[in-house]
Design a binder for this molecule. Structure first.
Ligand code: PMP
Ligand code: GLU
Length: 398
């Protein structure tokens, strides 16, 4: 038999973040001493009251299909959260869908919005799954550079260059993975103006929204004038409530559009897990001090990690404004980000993610997740220091 596979999948690479995480796990299982700073997965356990709600639901026999959009209590809790925290109002019965993870919501949105040949504007560096989700819908990514110094005027000019009659969607991720950048009102307004002028959808990925430092404010682009009608807001509990493995995300938008996403959702997953939805109600409606505790700890780790990285010769790292990743510049080591990552894992057993995985603008950097214990972060930076010092002493032999 000839082994034939669909072109759109044959040409697709697997997820670099997921594959580094898997590789680090395999090496650790095989007995190597691994410091895994690769994936964005909180080291904190899920809060006990959340786990208890899921256990109670299981004991109660809440183990069947739920309404496809999600259970009413959860949809109401999400609607309330979006109104109170984000200033955006969604009808829980028509304008929100709960899905198994924010990633699934992205996939479904891309399937619902994009035609073959369409273009999606991404701000680089950006998370690894946006372009593949667009490509799986037959569309293609167009990149606009974005960093902390990019002004609203720069953005307007870059967007004007990137927009074409095929542009269908703009994806904004604030706080950003991998840089942690928190978008300002001016930067978001530049995107909003482009979307309004050219009649384009916006997908706002706000999954790191709660993880913001130094008193910065998160702004939801859907709340800007005229934007509610053309924005899908994506979020989930993975990062805010240390619930990555539970797989619980959601997406909100105008009823008509959400109705289109719902068809894809019904044909692909039916509904998110029943008992996980009960846990999500507890997470959203219960006390939020657990999240606040995590944010305080992340901020302290961020400060220690950035300080430690900046003592390594040739490594430069700005303090990220949000999320839980540091994105140091390592180009002075004389290796590509992929070579740096591979050799660091080989020589010192430290798993990081190559910056090039987040687009060409990420090259020359690696991403370290500080959703890890203080001890792991200290050990990881000590090993990176040793690796870089040895590399500089004998570049050819490494
Ligand atoms: N968006 C970004 C930027 C992410 O980093 C992640 C992390 N996995 C997700 C969305 C999706 O997270 P999840 O599927 O766990 O909700
Ligand atoms: N979002 C996390 C990361 O970037 C988890 C892996 C993934 O979903 O890509 O590491």
């Amino acid at each position: 038999m000839t082994f034939k596979i669909a072109d759109r999948v044959k040409n697709l690479a697997g997820s670099p973040t997921v594959s580094v995480m898997d590789r680090a796990r395999r090496l650790a299982a095989a007995g190597r001493s691994i410091v895994d700073l690769s994936g964005g997965d909180p080291d904190f356990p899920t809060a006990p009251h959340v786990t208890e709600a899921a256990v109670a639901a299981l004991h109660e026999g809440f183990t069947h299909y739920t309404p496809s959009r999600g259970i009413p209590e959860l949809l109401q809790a999400i609607s309330r959260k979006l109104a109170v925290e984000n200033g955006i109002r969604y009808d829980p019965g028509k304008e929100i869908i709960v899905m198994p993870g924010g990633k699934q919501a992205l996939f479904v949105a891309a399937q619902a919005l994009l035609n073959p040949g369409d273009e999606v504007i991404l701000f680089e560096p950006c998370w690894v799954s946006y372009a593949p989700c667009a490509e799986l819908a037959g569309a293609r990514a167009v990149y606009v550079p974005m960093h902390v110094d990019t002004t609203a005027e720069d953005l307007r000019a870059d967007l004007a260059r990137a927009l074409t009659p095929r542009t269908r969607l703009i994806i904004v991720n604030t706080p950003n993975n991998p840089t942690g950048q928190v978008w300002t009102a001016g930067q978001l307004q530049a995107v909003a103006d482009a979307a309004l002028a050219h009649d384009i959808w916006v997908l706002a990925d706000e999954i790191y929204e709660r993880l913001i430092y130094d008193g910065r404010q998160h702004i939801s682009i859907a709340g800007l004038p005229g934007m509610w009608e053309r924005t899908l807001t994506l979020n989930g509990l993975s990062k805010s409530h240390a619930m990555t493995g539970w797989r619980l995300g959601y997406i909100a938008g105008p009823a008509q559009l959400i109705g289109e996403l719902l068809k894809v959702h019904q044909h692909s997953t039916t509904c998110a897990s029943s008992f996980v939805q009960r846990a999500a109600v507890a997470a959203l409606k219960g006390p939020q001090d657990y999240t606040e505790m995590m944010v305080r700890r992340y901020q302290a780790r961020r400060d220690a990690l950035v300080a430690a990285l900046n003592t390594i010769p040739g490594v430069r790292c700005d303090a990220p404004q949000g999320a839980f990743y540091a994105f140091p510049h390592i180009a002075a080591a004389g290796l590509s980000s992929m070579q740096f990552t591979e050799r660091l894992l080989e020589a010192e057993g430290v798993a990081v993610t190559p910056g090039g995985a987040f687009g060409a603008a990420g090259e020359g950097h690696v991403r370290l997740s500080y959703a890890n214990s203080d001890e792991m972060l200290r050990e990881g930076t000590a090993r990176i220091q040793r690796f870089v010092v040895e590399l500089r002493a004998a570049p050819a032999s490494m």
